[in-house]
Design a protein around this ligand. Sequence first.
Ligand SMILES: Cc1cc2nc3c(=O)[nH]c(=O)nc-3n(C[C@H](O)[C@H](O)[C@H](O)COP(=O)(O)OP(=O)(O)OC[C@H]3O[C@@H](n4cnc5c(N)ncnc54)[C@H](O)[C@@H]3O)c2cc1C
Length: 627
Amino acid sequence: MLLTAEAFLAKEEKLLAGIFIYLCTSLISSCFLFPGVFLYKQFGALAKGNRGMYALVQTDMNVFTRYLPMASSFNFVIVSAKFIFAPIERCLNCKRNFDENMKILKKLLKELNTVKEVIELRLSAELHGGTMQTEEVKNWLDDVQRIKTEIEIIEHKAKEKKFLSRAFLGRTVEEKVVELKAFLRKGKAFLGMVKSFKYMIVGGGVAAGYAAREFDRQGLKPEQLAIISKESVAPYERPTLSKGYLNPNPKAAARLPEFHVCVGSGGDRLLPDWYKEKGIQLILGTEIVKVNLALKTLVSAAGEIFKFQTLIIATGSTVIRLTDFKVEGADAKNIFYLRELEDADKLVESIKMKKYGKAVIIGGGYIGLEVAAAMRINDFDVTMVYPDPWCMPRLFTPAMAAFYESYYENKGIKIIKGTVSVGFNANANGEVKGVKLKDGRVLEADIVVVGVGARPLTALFKGQLEEDKGGIKTDGFFKTSMPGVYAVGDVATFPIKLYNETRRVEHVDHARKSAEHAVKAIKANETGEELEEYDYLPYFYSRIFELSWQFYGDNVGESLYFRDNNPLSPKPKFGSYWIKDGKVVGAFLEGGTPEENKAIAKVSRLNPPVGNLDQLKKEGLSFASKF
Ligand SMILES: Cc1cc2nc3c(=O)[nH]c(=O)nc-3n(C[C@H](O)[C@H](O)[C@H](O)COP(=O)(O)OP(=O)(O)OC[C@H]3O[C@@H](n4cnc5c(N)ncnc54)[C@H](O)[C@@H]3O)c2cc1C
């Protein structure tokens, strides 16, 4: 317990009082008792006549005279001892108190540092003037700096190990403890209410929703979990935005709450009420702008502070914008990107406004292909532009791409390959009117949708977490380099056991599964249970017009195309195997039934050897169905 300066003084006073009493006793012994004894002896001689009385007196006096000097010397020794040892005892006390108080001081200083860092974090995060009284806070920060320097000086002096200087330092430390406590109170008042949760998820997309369901399955108490999302709606199945959401038929168009997670994987829809019932805080419309993982603190754009014990990073990706490359006119109205519900709403609004207009789709990846199909279904005159020799070059082989390109052309979509947009024309209202291509052509456009890729949202954690291949590096349990911090979905670069390498996967199936695995890992960590490492088989799918394909595994090595690829066929069904080192490592299937899709998944995981490629080509899908 802390000894205050006052208590210490009182102790000193008691000691002094003790010494004083001993001195007095000693003085009395020498000034009164010795002369007293002398007089008593003389007096005894006069009273010799009375023998009985004298004998008694004599006996008493013998005892008295024998023991009194002894008692007096004893007293003297004690007084002297006290006199010598008191300062030593005092110094010992001071030293002991110093060490105890120094410990308290350091603990308080640590707490003060945390508050200081959070205040600084919040000050730098407050974008619009802020809610903190900056002058007062500034003075407080200066004071904290001063006291820290003073404590450093005390520590330095204490190391000199001058025994007596500790007595003085002891008192200074006590004063600093009182001062620090006052600073802490003030600092905490600046911060106001800090919301604390055992588990927090930053990002409220696909992974967040699946993580919430897994937390609930594993056992969650009310108010233990919070999800913070920039978006203003509960987690939903993002792939719907480029598919059902753009359906022109109002009755068939997907709208929330229809596609909240976990409907995409055949589970129940988690409506906002579900989170309420479970006591899960959905903190929506809230962007986290500062993070200090060491302090386990997140700060929102509005300056709110959140503390966590365990964090799951699920911030996903953001689109790459043409404005990032300063493409001329790229900020014109009606140039769209598609990542969040808000983007899809703007596009839907514009589709209604520009009915039967011209749409240019920039990018030949799956977003470009899906949006081009949706715009065509919405009766737009659609042109696709991409620099590659064929669409989806990261997955499709030329043979596969040829099927889709001719299918699109049959649907009336024009495709311009091998060039890029270098600028945009706009009308007087700032609305896009034309797309300038590198080859000199200019395409008329009422709506432009850009789908040129995405990048993971990791900037908040730069310098705080190890990164790998553009993502946040995790182990097979989605643990990052910081204890208590996990990363899942698009942002995580994790080990793919099957291929003995690390990868980042920007697909919905991985977002769902990684989130579930991370939650299992968090719980296993708490209970000490064993959990297998994540063992993921890459899976990706897309749906366009009446077509639908699935891909499993790895598209490396030699590709082998099989079955019907006639674009005029009413129900096209074809596929591809990838063979590496004589084994099947990946498989793609267009138009497969659920059983056939399961079969290509299985063959991609089992990696069966392939003896004869011609035989495999002949067998086609039936090869996969054997396993
Ligand atoms: C239009 C579209 C169609 C797609 N179609 C398919 C498909 O057909 N098949 C497929 O396999 N994959 C598809 N994907 C990819 C798939 O949706 C993603 O891989 C998946 O959503 C990733 O999940 P996630 O939770 O990691 O990130 P997201 O679902 O993107 O969620 C991230 C969330 O974090 C929020 N956030 C980010 N930063 C902050 C911050 N600082 N503070 C607070 N919140 C923040 C975002 O607003 C967002 O809500 C599609 C993606 C898009 C955009």
